[in-house]
Design a protein around this ligand. Structure first.
Ligand code: 3PG
Ligand code: MG
Length: 402
């Protein structure tokens, strides 16, 4: 069991909150989506209300141990100040004498954002010395960085061996709770809707889902491999030929486990993946040899929609087509509306899928949208996340102490 932030006394304490401010930036380093910043405001405000000193730490991108200005958290500091209605001090680094000095001059209610953790190689190496430095002067470590919980990095794992108290924040709590409700203790029927381009990156998730769900619906380019495995000609569509046998086995497994398994019955095909491409709708049995699948078709939307009708829980990860092109976004958009219309508990994994919800204007209709991409996927694979394990282990070691 993890300990949560509202179970410990934080009044006036110095808190180090690991957050995931790895937000998307455009070429001018403007934040294009600040969901991950807004997602941790409840935890930050909770600490400020308790008059705590708040130190925030995050990575941004992959500078791989180098101090590179294009990976600076400066844009995040500005956006956070705007969202908090409060001054945010940006430290020049995340460890070192200058940072120690700033930490010492902090007053209660101050917010300090440390510079990119990945400016130091120790972060990704889970280096205990680096972690010890991070925890200097810290009373309580708070992990609210669900999106990076699948990485055993120093600010996620090693720090829990140096901080006096280690707890999870409110975002972490919500993420784990909703995931539990969808995969571990779901109201049934539980339906998974899985899409995205690469079947290889979601094999583990598909295997684990087959043990848990009542229905499995597969769309997106990964469905192509299944269609080809069934003996259909998919033309020039993206296919992972090395996984044809695996795809066949998955279909067999679904039958054996009595999981209802759905694939597209019609598709939008294009002569190339381009906004000026020629497109047409065709049954999966009639894909022209030199065309490629770019989206699910309207009959498939109807079919998938019907399969979702009696769902009590829906877990969704991955778009239904190449939805970054308007011409091929219709299937994904239609499925957003279909899922939004159900009476089910609806959980969506991060990454591209939440972009689709925003684009369709339906974000608010979903029960929960995860801030995690990779972390969410690893949970779907049935893996234990190092970030959560570290908090559990700390709680186990300290079960009598606090
Ligand atoms: C993410 O966006 O995937 C997380 O912030 C983790 O980042 P990473 O994939 O670079 O480790
Ligand atoms: Mg990632």
């Amino acid at each position: 069991m993890v300990k949560f932030i509202d179970e410990v006394d934080i009044k006036g304490k110095t808190l180090f909150i690991r957050v995931d401010f790895n937000v998307p930036l455009d070429q001018n380093r403007n934040i294009t989506d600040d969901t991950r910043i807004r997602a941790v405001l409840p935890t930050i405000n909770f600490c400020l209300e308790a008059n705590a000193k708040v130190i925030l730490a995050s990575h941004l991108g992959r500078p791989n141990g180098n101090h590179m200005d294009e990976f600076s958290l400066a844009p995040v500091a500005r956006r956070l100040a705007y969202r908090l209605h409060k001054k945010v001090i940006l430290a020049p680094d995340c460890i070192g004498p200058e940072v120690d000095k700033i930490k010492k001059t902090m007053k209660k209610g101050d917010v300090l954002l440390l510079e990119n953790l990945r400016y130091h190689a120790g972060e990704q190496k889970n280096d205990p010395d680096f972690a010890r430095e991070l925890m200097k002067g810290v009373d309580i470590y708070v992990d609210d960085a669900f999106a990076v919980a699948h990485r055993a990095h120093a600010s996620v794992e090693a720090v829990t061996h140096f901080a006096p108290i280690c707890v999870a924040g409110f975002l972490m709590r919500d993420e784990v709770l909703y995931f539990h409700r969808s995969m571990e203790d779901p109201a049934r029927p539980l339906v998974a809707l899985i899409g995205g381009a690469k079947i290889s990156s979601k094999l583990g998730a598909l295997l684990n889902l087959l043990k848990k769900v009542d229905k499995l619906i597969v769309g997106g380019a990964m469905a192509n491999t299944f269609l080809k495995a069934m003996g259909l000609d998919v033309g020039k569509s993206l296919v992972d030929d090395s996984l044809l046998k695996t795809a066949k086995d998955l279909i067999k497994m679904a039958l054996k486990k009595k999981v209802k398994f759905y694939l597209p019955v019609d598709v939008v095909v294009a002569d190339r993946l381009d906004k000026r491409a020629e497109t047409k709708i065709t049954p999966v049995q009639e894909i022209p040899a030199d065309w490629m699948i770019a989206d699910i078709g309207p009959a498939t939307v109807t079919l998938f929609g019907e399969a979702l009708q009696n769902a009590k829980t829906i877990i969704w990860n991955g778009p239904m087509g190449a939805f970054e092109y308007d011409a091929f976004s219709r299937g994904t958009m239609a499925m957003v509306h279909k899922v939004a219309e159900t009476y089910a508990l609806t959980i969506v994994g991060g990454g591209d899928t939440d972009v689709a919800l925003h684009k369709a204007g339906e974000f608010q209709k979903f029960s929960y949208v995860s801030t995690g991409g990779g972390a969410f996927l690893e949970l779907m694979e049935g893996k234990k996340l190092p970030g959560i394990a570290a908090l559990e282990n700390w709680a186990k070691r300290n079960s009598n102490a606090h």
